[in-house]
Each structure stands twice: as structure tokens, then as C-alpha cells.
Design a protein around this ligand. Structure first.
Ligand code: ASP
Length: 309
């Protein structure tokens, strides 16, 4: 097993499958319990280090660590010495001195989690770095697809929207390809990254043209906070061409899943009626996130110096 979880590129099919299978065991172990806690990481400390806003990921990692009985310290950059200009390195050395066994980090700079591995003895888990990667999101997405559709190999998945700014898209492309799924990116040309032609995917500018052959449609948020220019004429025009509304959903095959990593811009990339429909597995994605993060913490900490109990 790997030492840190930084990028889906570091996972081969075997280690990624191990994480999903362990997550399934975690979910099973939790299901019948009155007290939803396993003693596995008792006495270990997990630090959540968040330099960017987060709802789902932060709460999910926190719940995962607590369900494994670890001590959890959550540190958000707002209200800490980071706002006084403390560097990532000094923050890391402080965490190291406190004996963090694992650090879960979200940072606006791509590559920040990788930098941390040079300063910490514990395991580092990337909870989203800039526009680079968000590996636990891709793992929980794969888990959700596998649990609904029974397989990943050969699935036809479209990832639709703001690919340019999306670490979710990058992690999903990598992991889905490792599992043998076929990925199509659907976006306006302005929201596709330079060099996308070298990615192992198909690219389409026409959402309507791909709908009828999909097993999964994954909608992405338009990331206005990362946009320093205008990438499309108007929100209305974007929704008309790339939004998933009830009409487009009706053209998907009967069994196709609708996914979104959240937070959603309801009414923009996804209609509220679609997000709340029976096809949508968005709430399952959130629930599965806890099991997947439990698995990642467990596997990394049990492989790490000291081992888990
Ligand atoms: N929550 C995801 C992320 O942190 C997706 C998003 O923000 O749109 O990357």
C-alpha cells in the first residue's frame, strides 16, 4: 500500500480496489452497530488542515477519523496563525511536534500536500489541492458507481462542465481509466485544459450527442471563484448548452446514474428536479465518502510507522 494519498496516479488497480473493498467492509461493520465506532485507530491523532473552504470533505474526514476512534484536531486557516503569515512549513513543523499521525490537507496551491510529505513523518492525505487532484472524491465516486452498477470496467462515464478548474475531473479521469472505464469530457472549449488531447479520454462539445449512450453522467460545478475571465457568454447560455435538466435526463438510458461532487449550483449546471430525482445518487456519494475515508485512513495508518491497533 502507498504511504500517502496524494494523487490517483499513484494508485494501481490493485491498491484502488483494496481501498474500495475496505470501504465496503467499513460500511458493513458500521451498519448493524448501535454505537457507530470501531476501536481501530485508538490513540492515533488525525489533523485536518484546511486552507480552503469545505463542507462535505472536512466533515466527512472528521466523521471517518472519529468512527475509527482516532483523536481529531481540525485546523482551519481562518482564525489561525496562517492569517498572520505563518508558512506552510512552520505549520507542518508545529503539527509534527504535536505528533500528528496523519494530516488531511486542503490547499489552494496544487502540490501543497506533496510538499508537506517532506516535512512530516505521518501520512498525508490530499483533500483537494488547487486544480490538481481530489483523490478521495474520485474513490467515493468509483465506490458509488460500483455499488449501483456492479462494476467499473467498461462503464461509459461523461464528466460535464468546468473541467479546466476541476481537481475532481483530474482525479476521476485517472482513477476511472485505471479501472477500465471509458471517459468522455463534455465542456465548452474554453473550459477544457490545454493539453487535454493527451489525456486518455474522448472530448465532446455537444452534451446532447453523448446522452443516450451513458452509464454515468457526472456534473461539475462552475467554479466562479477560480475564474479570472469570462469563459462563456452568460449563465443562461451555459445552462442551455451544458446544464442537465429534466429533458436531457429523460434521454439518458434507464439505468444511468446522475452524480455531482457538490456543492451544486442548482439551476445552473444541474436542475433542482434532476438533483432530487430518483436517478440522482448525490446523497449516496456523500454517505459513501465517510466509508471511503475510513478505509483510506485505516490503510495508510496501519501501513505507517507504529502501525494501527
Ligand atoms: N467539492 C469539490 C472540490 O473541492 C468540487 C467543487 O468544489 O466544485 O473540488
Amino acid at each position: 500500500m502507498i504511504e500517502h494519498l496524494l494523487s490517483c496516479d499513484d494508485l494501481d488497480a490493485e491498491s484502488a480496489t483494496l481501498i474500495l473493498d475496505t470501504a465496503a467492509q467499513m460500511a458493513h461493520a458500521m451498519s448493524g452497530r448501535e454505537v457507530r465506532k470501531l476501536p481501530t485507530l485508538r490513540g492515533r491523532t488525525v489533523v485536518n488542515l484546511f486552507y480552503e473552504d469545505s463542507t462535505r470533505t472536512r466533515v466527512s474526514f472528521e466523521a471517518a477519523a472519529k468512527r475509527l476512534s482516532a483523536d481529531v484536531v481540525t485546523f482551519s486557516a481562518k482564525g489561525s496563525s496562517v492569517s498572520k503569515g505563518e508558512s506552510l512549513k512552520d505549520t507542518a513543523l508545529t503539527l509534527q511536534a504535536m505528533g500528528a499521525d496523519a494530516v488531511v490537507v486542503r490547499h489552494p496551491a496544487s502540490g501543497a500536500p506533496h510538499r508537506l510529505t517532506g516535512w512530516l513523518d505521518g501520512a498525508v492525505l490530499n483533500a483537494g489541492d488547487g486544480t490538481h487532484e481530489h483523490p478521495t472524491q474520485a474513490l467515493l465516486d468509483a465506490y458509488t458507481m460500483r455499488s449501483h452498477l456492479g462494476r467499473l470496467e467498461g462503464l461509459r462515464v461523461a464528466i460535464v462542465g468546468d473541467i479546466l478548474h476541476s481537481r475532481v475531473a483530474r482525479s476521476n479521469v485517472s482513477l476511472l481509466r485505471t479501472f477500465g472505464a471509458e471517459v468522455t469530457l463534455v465542456a465548452p472549449p474554453t473550459l477544457l485544459p490545454v493539453g487535454v488531447d493527451t489525456w486518455p479520454v474522448d472530448v465532446s462539445y455537444d452534451f446532447d450527442a453523448v446522452l443516450s449512450r451513458l452509464d454515468v453522467v457526472m456534473m461539475l460545478r462552475v467554479q466562479a471563484e477560480r475564474m479570472n475571465a469570462s469563459f462563456f457568454p452568460s449563465a443562461r447560455e451555459y445552462t442551455r448548452r451544458y446544464g442537465l435538466d429534466a429533458h436531457r435526463m429523460s434521454r439518458l438510458p434507464e439505468s444511468a446514474l446522475v452524480m455531482h461532487p457538490g456543492p451544486m449550483n442548482r439551476g445552473m449546471e444541474i436542475a433542482a428536479s434532476v438533483a432530487d430525482s430518483a436517478r440522482s445518487v448525490i446523497v449516496d456519494q456523500v454517505a459513501n465518502g465517510v466509508s471511503v475515508r475510513m478505509a483510506a485512513l485505516y490503510l495508510l495508518l496501519s501501513g505507517h510507522k507504529g502501525g494501527a491497533a
